[in-house]
Design a protein around this ligand. Sequence first.
Ligand code: NAD
Length: 483
Amino acid sequence: MVSRVIPVDPFDLVLFGGTGDLARRKILPGLFHRFAVGQMPQDARIICTARSAMDRAAFIELTRSSLLKFASAAKENSSALESFLQTIDYVQVDAAGQDGWDALSKALRPDMVRAFYLSVSPSLFGPIAHKLNNHGIATPQSRIVVEKPFGHDLESAKALNADLRGNFEEHQIYRIDHYLGKETVQNLMALRFANSLWEPLWNSTHVDHVQITVAESLGVEGRGEYYDRSGAMRDMVQNHLMQLLCLTAMEPPSRFTPDAVRDEKVKVIEALEPVDQSDIVRGQYRAQGEEGSYHDHSGNPQSRTESFVAIKVNIGNWRWAGTPFYLRTGKKLRARSSEIAIVFRDPPHMIFPKMEGRRGNAMIIRLQPDEGITLRNTIKEPGPGGFRLTEVSMDMTFADALDQHAEPQDAYERLIMDVIRGDQTLFMRGDEVEAAWAWADPLIEGWQDAGRTPAPYDPGGSGPEDALMLLHREGRRWREIMA
Ligand code: NAD
């Protein structure tokens, strides 16, 4: 079946930070893919800006080399590559100063959707929003897209929201969390709300607990200085894991509209119960041979920043009371693997002989490496010789299931096209971000006040021993982290 690509209307996209790492690795390749499949129209324009003095020709060469390196289709489709490069312009703008704004204004076309993508340091979000407004570049049809991190705590997130809202309306502001652009994450909503099979089971009567794991095999090499000011809680839990928790736990929205979905997500965050420090485990990877330790990579031998965190979270509402959600994320773990595991309760009465090692029913929603959903069922072990039970997985790998139906899309591709279409469903609303910080701040302050140092863990494993105990002490166990 031929994939269904619905072209978006022509637009002017201004990419601040056009020479930066994110722009070169993700945003421009994402736009190229959408162009190559015919979703981005030929008369759309991408106006890249950065501080560097360079002319359009030099920027085009830089973009060509980025695309050949990071966009798989660019090598095979040279005519699409050349046509795409025609849509690109470059304007030198000093985001923090006065230079370049008039030139940027002149480069834009009237009566066109304008999207301003701020792929720059968050300290520039406010100044850029202000200048776009002041120079009359922002129109009522404009959208502004901001990258993570959105604040460092509640206070800074509120200040950032105030800066943005002083210049744009909330319906024009797109706060990116690229986890929401992943196919499986959106499929979680389809699975829950487009089927009648699961929703009756989706509550504390039937679900024993939920595990959300985002494991990374790399350390913080290369971005240690930034990471050391942040840590796993701020870098991953407050945003990405919180979004996954919200989509798993939220009530069915009455409509699939941006505000109806986001209202339900905010209610989940507001229902989170305060977390006791005994329900938090923080860890830091330690040296092992050549590999180096967190202290080496962060350049801070005294650092108490966590490169791993595991938290037991309780949601205080009727649906989830009595069903804990366990969140864990860390660097230098066994594999790069992210998943949500819904672990169901055992049958109330078992008539069959006890099965050694039985893990029970679970639905595993895999985000990476292979996006897909697995259902673990107990069946009779085939063959004669008594009635023994065994467990099998019903596997739905999206790459196989969707092969003939859809062009694979990176999260950024989908999200950028959503910005152009004006669909905020997969973007965080201001109050949602603030609610997530209001939950995270006391946890962070709690361990800072107690002066707790993170527990050391060996690279290549599943984190500190204490994290295993978080579940063991309650008769549960984490799923193995596997590639
Ligand atoms: P980067 O340092 O590689 O690029 C920064 C860009 O900002 C450059 O193009 C630079 O020219 C431009 N810039 C800096 N100061 C400027 C000024 N005064 N005026 C105009 N332009 C200026 O950063 P990055 O890694 O591309 O990250 C960009 C944003 O995306 C940051 O907010 C970061 O937190 C976020 N982010 C990055 C990644 C990633 O994988 N790189 C992932 C998620 C979020």
